[in-house]
Design a protein around this ligand. Structure first.
Ligand SMILES: [Zn+2]
Length: 302
């Protein structure tokens, strides 16, 4: 069993991190349909509707759901699961606390035995719901973990692991070991500018380490499910897509660091940059959030 060592995850040098990438990765042309309940391999699949991509497993012994989107889309998903089985959901797993991943938890109130997440995700969910006066609409995890957790259901082993701060301070990676399918939550934005939630402890430097480790831990056969993707890009992919997003984060930090060294302000960088040099597949709206976070991390160390 893999044991993650915190000592390894300190961010050492931006310059040391470099990746070979083909000049142009060919964009996938299949766009997932809205409300698509899609099998991938060995009883594991994904569901897209509105919000972060849902992962699911339905076998003879039980049901696992990863993330819940919003109440309406969660109801739609439950309808799809009911076409497959009458069993209760054993675990609803939250990859992290954001509303487009946990807002639909409430729809599972009567039909899941457990809601499961990292302890920081639960704390974030409770804090944000309190701040927004929306505690009524929440279903909080009744089970949390710190570093690693595994459970066997039928012929599938589900392993969740936590590797420190990334997109928030509570993101987990879920591995369906038999199917060799990994749900990355929002640790990968496939060809789409990421949301980097500094208000919930995000850290780009450690995020890069999480992804480097992910690339070493899994293989060419692994199917990855991503929380979000850019228009025209899929919400599933391979280890190459994980490497490509790692490269995006590395290039972002390098370009912002260069700008700071040249005496540029955050406003200057926002005016100048529409894409990150070295990762042009990340385009469209939303680069500001990357620049805000990278600038903060490089100037304030947080
Ligand atoms: Zn998120």
């Amino acid at each position: 069993m893999y044991m993650f060592r915190r000592d390894f995850i300190k961010f050492t040098s931006l310059g040391a991190a470099s990746l070979f990438l083909p000049p142009q990765l060919i964009p996938a042309l299949n766009i997932s349909k809205v409300g698509a309940f899609t099998p991938l391999r060995k009883n594991v699949g994904f569901y897209t509707d509105r919000g972060g991509t849902i992962g699911w497993m339905v076998n003879d012994e039980g049901v696992v759901v990863i993330d819940a989107q919003f109440p309406e889309s969660a109801e739609n998903l439950i309808g799809e699961i009911r076409k497959q089985t009458d069993q209760k959901v054993n675990f609803l797993i939250n990859t992290h606390h954001h509303g487009d991943h946990t807002g639909g938890n409430i729809a599972f109130k009567e039909m899941t035995e457990h809601v499961f997440a990292h302890e920081n995700s639960k704390a974030n969910q409770m804090r944000v719901a309190k701040e927004r006066g929306n505690e009524e609409g929440q279903l909080y995890p009744d089970m949390t973990f710190e570093e690693e957790w595994s459970n066997q259901i039928g012929d599938e082993t589900i392993t969740c692991s936590y590797h420190g701060r990334g997109h928030t301070n509570g993101d987990i990676i879920t591995h369906f070991e038999n199917a060799n399918i990994v749900h990355m939550g929002d640790l990968v934005f496939n060809r789409r500018f990421p949301y980097i939630d500094k208000s919930a402890g995000a850290h780009i430097g450690n995020w890069i380490h999480i992804l480097d480790h992910t690339v070493k831990r899994f293989d060419e056969d692994t199917i990855f499910i991503f929380g979000h993707s850019g228009e025209g890009f899929e919400i599933t992919g391979s280890i190459e897509d994980v490497k490509a997003f790692t490269n995006y984060l590395e290039q972002l930090m390098l370009e912002v660091e260069k700008g700071i060294e040249a005496g540029k302000s955050l406003q200057d960088l926002k005016k100048e940059m529409t894409v990150v040099k070295g990762a042009p597949q990340w385009s469209g709206n939303g680069i500001e959030r990357s620049l805000d976070a990278a600038y903060m991390e490089l100037t304030e160390g947080e």
